[in-house]
Design a protein around this ligand. Structure first.
Ligand SMILES: Cc1cc2nc3c(=O)[nH]c(=O)nc-3n(C[C@H](O)[C@H](O)[C@H](O)COP(=O)(O)O)c2cc1C
Length: 355
């Protein structure tokens, strides 16, 4: 079992808690390790379907790897029963209930943003969970907002009364994609609760994060797409520094990361730093040696030799060997592959590829 960290302490010790968002396929152990090097105070796992977490070893291995250094960590579930949360509690510092996922399949199954229509179910889950896992273990909820903000404020107050540690608000309604986030909603929520508020939506730089705090009074900020494009965002870099690319290469080689995961992250990270013609070539490379050669050419980075490296994750708890699905941005690049089930999250990423 891991040593636990008290997530509450973060909110006491940091003026602004900087958080790496849950991201299906992307907020995995190695990426969390990278963003922690660059100022992230708290990381979320990708959303895990609670059912499959219990029933399928493959799902567990694919979605949930962690290590002793991977802390503070909150594991996010799409769930409608609590047993699964309690199981995960051994391996992390907090569990989070996803009440914001707008994907059609999730809404159909009664997960994610669909739960926002049933606030009593969210409240009951939180109450049960709080009773089964003692403090300081964190219990949190990530929501999107209701078009009627009063309902969101009511929900936040009732979850505070039920004992959640903090709340994360992606300040868009479930049907919104690229519309500007609703700052008034965040202000109203902040003024109505005493527990920490993590504000989420369109944080692309440290300045954005500081401005968000100034405008809303939030205690923390969460970034998703901004961190994919620039994992060093919270350290104040305006684009991915070469040292961060180097660190990613090292993590990938140490952990024998599957090619797709290694390459996908680089495609995001290099979007702002490689000129378009080079990017077109880089984005369709199909093997680790080709990618490494390109990086050496473009950036003169040192590629570590596998044998000279200390092994990553010696204390691995669950091993992640499979990232077998094709990638959403390969879809974007080739325009030939059919839409994948993650399309709703991907349409969230509408300006990740702003060309
Ligand atoms: C690729 C991708 C995967 C995502 N996966 C999740 C997820 O597993 N759970 C969740 O609550 N939100 C997920 N989101 C939503 C983000 O956590 C975040 O709420 C949203 O992208 C807005 O933040 P941003 O403007 O910083 O990107 C995902 C977003 C993206 C782009």
């Amino acid at each position: 079992m891991k040593n636990h960290c008290d997530i509450n302490d973060l909110f006491t010790n940091e003026t602004l808690v900087k958080v790496a968002a849950p991201m299906v396929r992307y907020s995995k152990l190695q990426f969390r390790t990278l963003v922690r090097k660059y100022g992230c105070d708290l990381c979320f796992s990708p959303m895990i379907i609670a059912d499959s977490f219990i029933k399928s070893l493959k799902a567990r291995e694919s979605d949930f790897s962690t290590s002793n250094e991977d802390t503070p960590l909150s594991v996010q579930f799409a769930a409608n029963n609590n047993e699964d949360f309690v199981t995960a509690a051994k391996y992390c510092d907090g569990v989070d209930l996803n009440c914001g996922c707008p994907q059609r399949w999730a809404m159909k199954e009664g997960y994610g943003a669909d739960l926002l229509k049933k606030p009593q179910i969210i409240k009951d889950s939180v109450l049960q969970l709080r009773n089964s896992i003692p403090k300081p273990f964190a219990v949190s909820v990530k929501i999107r907002i209701n078009p009627d903000i009063r309902l969101t404020v009511e929900l936040c107050k009732s979850l505070e009364a039920a004992g959640i540690t903090f709340i994360t608000v992606h300040s868009r309604t479930p049907s919104q994609r690229c519309e500007p986030i609703n700052l008034n909603a965040l202000q109203d929520i902040k003024q109505s609760i005493k527990i920490p508020l993590i504000a989420n939506g369109d944080i692309r730089s440290l300045d954005d994060a500081l401005l968000m705090q100034e405008l809303t009074g939030c205690n923390g900020v969460m970034a998703a797409r901004g961190l994919l494009q620039n994992p060093a965002l919270f350290s104040g870099y305006d684009k991915t520094p070469v040292a961060c690319v180097e660190a990613w290469v090292k993590l990938a080689i140490e952990s024998e990361m599957p090619f797709q995961c290694f390459h996908h992250h680089l495609v995001f990270m290099l979007e702002k730093i490689l000129p378009k013609p080079e990017r077109r070539i880089f984005n369709v490379l199909s093997s680790t040696p080709d990618v490494l050669d390109s990086l050496v050419n473009y950036f003169s980075i040192e590629v570590p030799v596998r044998n000279n490296l200390s092994r990553f994750r010696t204390d691995i708890i669950y091993k992640d060997e499979t990232i077998s699905e094709s990638s959403y941005f390969l879809d974007k690049i080739s325009k030939t592959t059919p839409q994948l089930p993650f399309e709703d999250y991907l349409s969230d990423s509408c300006y990740l590829f702003g060309e």
